[in-house]
Each structure stands twice: as C-alpha cells, then as structure tokens.
Design a protein around this ligand. Structure first.
Ligand SMILES: Cc1ncc(COP(=O)(O)O)c(C=O)c1O
Length: 395
C-alpha cells in the first residue's frame, strides 16, 4: 500500500511526492465534493455514525430507504436494496438467486468477471460454468450442451464495464439469450454507474434495457464517491434478496454518513450530467494520446484504459518509473488479471484536464521505453480479442 495524503483527487501527494492520480475509481471526483462531505457530516450528527445492526434486526433508517427509492428511479427498476459493498452485493445476489433452485442452479459467468462474482458463485454452491469473455455464441453453445432443459434454473452473470479492460458486455445479445433459455441475467454496473449511458445511468440504460435485466448491481464506492452498494430489481426479486441474501441479513447495515453521502452524490450526478460527459471526453483524449505514443488501447471504450505489457515485473517497473516522473498508474498482476496480461490500469477522472492527460501519456510512453517495453508490442489484449465482437459501445 502506498500512502496518499489528503482525498482521492485528480492530483495527490503519494509517499511525499506530488503525482497525477490515474488509477482511482473516484471517477467523478465526488468523494470530497463539499455537498457530499457536508451531507455525510450532517448525517453523522442526525443518525449517528453506525447503523447498529442488520436492518432485519433493528429496523431500517429513513436515509437507507430514501437512497433505495432514488437508486431504483435512477436505474429504472421497481425497487432497490442496499448492501455493505459491491463485493457483498455480488456475493449476496448470486447466493440468494441460486438458493431458489434448491441445488439445481447453474451459474454462467464471463471469464473476466470481477473476483466478487467469482466468490459469489462459490458461496452459492451452484455449478458454475465460465464462458469466454463477451462471447455470446460460446455461452449459447455451452448452455445448450450442458443444460438443454429450459426449466432448469440458470443464471448468467456479467460485469457491464469490465474493471480491468474497460470494454463493455454485449448486453442486448445476452438478454436475448437469457429470454430464450429462461436464464436470469445479473449485470454488475460497478464501473458503469455514473460513467456511461444517458446521464451516467449505466451500460444497461445505454443499451436501452432499463427495467429488463433481472438484477442490476451497482456500488456506491466508485463514481458515487462513498461506500456501500445496491441491487436494483423488481419488487419480487428485492423481496427475495432481502430475505435470502446472507451478506445483507447477517451484517450491519451501511453507516448513515456513507448512505447520505451517496444520496448527495446521486443528486449531484442527476443535476450536473456534464460530469459524465467530461469523464467520457477525458477518456477519449487519453486514448488518443496513448495511441500517439504507440500503445494499443483499441479494446477500451470507457474511462478504464489498460496498458497491457504482459510480464508482471515489467509492469511494476513501468509503474515505478512513471511515479518518479509524476504519474501514478497502478500495475495490476495475476491473480487480479490472467497470467501473461499484467498491465497498468489507467482510470480517468472527470477533473483531469486534456493537458494533464497528454502529459501522462508522454510520461507512460517514456517509462515504458526506459523499462525496455516498446508500446504496441504488448501481450494479449483480452478486451480486443475477436470474442468481444458485437459489444455495446459505451460512449
Ligand atoms: C466489477 C466490480 N464489481 C464489484 C466490485 C466491488 O465493489 P466494492 O468496492 O464496492 O466492494 C468491484 C471493485 O473493484 C468491481 O470492480
């Protein structure tokens, strides 16, 4: 862990050195926005800093309910329910949905899904089948081969914006397949909420599927600048989650200041959608500048831009050299990403200026060459494989 002084802004002091922060998920810069921090402070004074117990034990607070109503409206669903974090939401949603199948459920999971989805499949104790990244044809073939009975309970689960590749799942095709096969579709919008789609409503909204997907998971800890998460779904599914999702039932509810902060952030996002436009423009600009430096960034269509170098030690070396030159872009290695695809995962923030992003691309180009890596000659770019064909573009 490296030490950052002050909030997660576009520029930070890292281990005593000023750097451009290019790897935080505080995409819209809302974590320390005055309206958000004031809402948290007021909530602490009004409701206290802790929720005291699980909401099923000691009752729910008005602030939690209010945020759930706002999130459901934002995501275009009948209802929503809060979880302690995105990790807990994915674990709880998969375990609860699979519990309906009484041991007969099969979960189909994209090969590049987040670790919390992988762990959710484990806790669900359901048979889990991994399909090739963004490959609906492979998924359909796998389903037909393993589970031809349309009445057998099935769940398909995918990130919408992939956290390490910045590409987008083919949601329209996935939903069509789910409808045909009777599978439930769970979409994790952790990196899409606040970042893509109309007004930042996410990739599901961008694909025109609001209210169609069985469960949409989102986190409050990334673009919404706080901590906690939610699942947005029909009344019926939210009722099921409330009564069956173990991380919701057996864990203290998220703290009122975090919930009030997320509520304030959501209000800001709705009132000022230009933040989302600025984020997307920044991501386009960064990709252009990196392309000019020779990097292959064609796989990303969002604010997450991976520079895939392959070797883990090489990725670390480039990261260290870039920090020395004023840019912090964390190196990501296995097991977070598949073997041979170590990378620098760049994450743009809405507050980054075009000049800052141009300079960052130059620094990264120099660092790569100095470390002995020629941009453009990198290892396999998962997001740019032919299997990502037909994906829904995010911006
Ligand atoms: C795709 C995805 N889902 C879920 C999570 C977990 O969210 P949280 O940080 O709120 O636990 C992450 C976190 O990085 C993520 O990338």
């Amino acid at each position: 862990m490296r030490l950052i002084s002050g909030p997660q802004g576009g520029r930070v002091v890292l281990d005593g050195t000023p750097v451009l922060l290019l790897c935080s998920n505080n995409y819209l810069g809302l974590a320390d926005h005055p309206a958000v921090t004031e809402a948290a402070a007021e909530a602490a004074l009004r409701w206290g800093v802790g929720a005291g117990a699980s909401r099923l034990v000691s009752g729910t607070m008005t602030v939690h309910r209010r945020l759930e109503e706002r999130l459901a409206a934002f995501k275009g669903t009948e209802s929503a329910v809060l979880f302690g974090s995105g990790y807990l939401a994915n674990v709880g949603v998969l375990q609860a949905l699979a519990s309906v199948g009484a041991g007969r459920t099969t979960i189909y999971s994209d090969a590049l899904n987040h670790a919390s989805i992988i762990d959710g499949c484990r806790l669900a104790r359901a048979e889990t089948v991994v399909y090739e990244h963004n490959d609906v044809e492979h998924l359909a073939w796998t389903m037909a081969r393993r589970d031809p009975d349309p009445s057998a309970p099935k769940i398909v689960v995918t990130d919408s914006v992939f956290s390490m590749d910045g590409d987008v799942a083919p949601l329209v095709e996935l939903l069509e397949l789910c409808r045909r096969t009777g599978a439930r579709l769970v979409v994790d919008e952790a990196h899409a909420t606040g970042c893509t789609g109309p007004g930042g409503r996410g990739a599901v909204a961008e694909a025109g599927l609001e209210g169609e997907v069985d469960v949409v998971v989102g986190t409050l800890g990334k673009a919404l600048g706080s901590y906690g998460a939610f699942a947005a779904a029909s009344h019926e599914v939210v009722e099921l989650l409330t009564n069956a999702a173990r991380p919701l039932i057996f864990s203290t509810a998220p703290p009122p200041p975090a919930i009030a902060a997320a509520l304030a952030a959501l209000e800001l996002l709705e009132a000022e959608p230009e933040r989302v436009t600025a984020l997307q423009a920044g991501a386009d600009a960064l990709r252009d500048e990196l392309h000019r430096e020779g990097f292959d960034v064609a796989g990303s269509t969002t604010q997450i831009v991976p520079l895939i170098v392959g070797d883990a030690a090489l990725a670390m070396r480039i990261c260290e050299l870039a920090i020395e030159d004023g840019v912090f872009a964390q190196a990501i290695r296995p097991p977070t990403v598949p073997d041979g695809t170590s990378r620098l995962r760049l994450a743009v923030m809405a507050s980054h200026t075009k000049d800052e992003l141009r300079e960052a691309a130059r620094v990264l180009g120099r660092a790569a060459l100095q470390a002995g890596f020629r941009p453009g000659s990198g290892g396999p770019v998962a997001a740019a494989t032919p299997s990502s064909r037909g994906r829904v573009r995010a911006a």
